[in-house]
Design a protein around this ligand. Sequence first.
Ligand SMILES: Nc1ncnc2c1ncn2[C@@H]1O[C@H](COP(=O)(O)OP(=O)(O)OP(=O)(O)O)[C@@H](O)[C@H]1O
Length: 237
Amino acid sequence: MVLLNVKIKSAGYEKDEATIQQVDFSIDKGELIGLIGPNGAGKSTTIKAILGLLEYNSGAIEFMDNASYSYIPERPVFYDELTLWEHLDFVAAVEGLDDQAYQEKANRLLESYKLAEHAHEMPAKYSKGMQQKAMLILAMITEPDVYIIDEPFIGLDPNAMKLFLSSIKAERERGAAILMSTHVLDTAEKVCDRFIIIHKGRLQAEGTLDGIRTQCQLPAGSLYDCFHFIAEGKTDE
Ligand SMILES: Nc1ncnc2c1ncn2[C@@H]1O[C@H](COP(=O)(O)OP(=O)(O)OP(=O)(O)O)[C@@H](O)[C@H]1O
């Protein structure tokens, strides 16, 4: 069952200057899709187009059956004057979450992400990794249908990385779909169902690792080999 349909004809920051073109894909319930591409390829721009943040965007973005979504930006954003608990209270109030259920879930997440002792401090003053974990908790508390995550791995220590991967596994089992941009290709190769490879603002390859290998004519290639082939137009051999 499709939760998000993306059909971008052209989108960008300036009138008549397309940063991305012909980026079409969809995401099913429970699926994890890796959005891959070199620096400046157009991954964040694709995410911004999906979120409706670009002034110039022709095409269609459809969240099916009013699917809800949470966006986790690459650079965490917090209110300077609010503690993490106050952020959680704020999200719960805006989303109309059941008080007891949300508090139980918040406590569980804070414990497992080792932020319980810091819940009454300002996340604006956390370390980078702690901020990243706080953003994840704030996104997960609402139990969205779709997650859109811009480079989640930078800043997470190995334990937090493991925890994040088990959290997204659990969220997928709940039925959530995830679109995740990342440069951490060895992890992406292990955990994603499908990949979207963008280069120079266009979708260059799309599908399972096997499908991408076929498109790149690298039958035994890793995701990195396929990425390299698309980004550089050649193999290492
Ligand atoms: N706010 C902006 N205004 C104008 N151009 C922008 C803006 N943000 C990005 N761009 C341009 O759009 C192109 C795609 O950038 P984008 O941030 O989407 O790349 P990316 O694939 O996310 O790269 P990275 O891996 O480095 O994060 C680049 O040429 C970049 O300079």
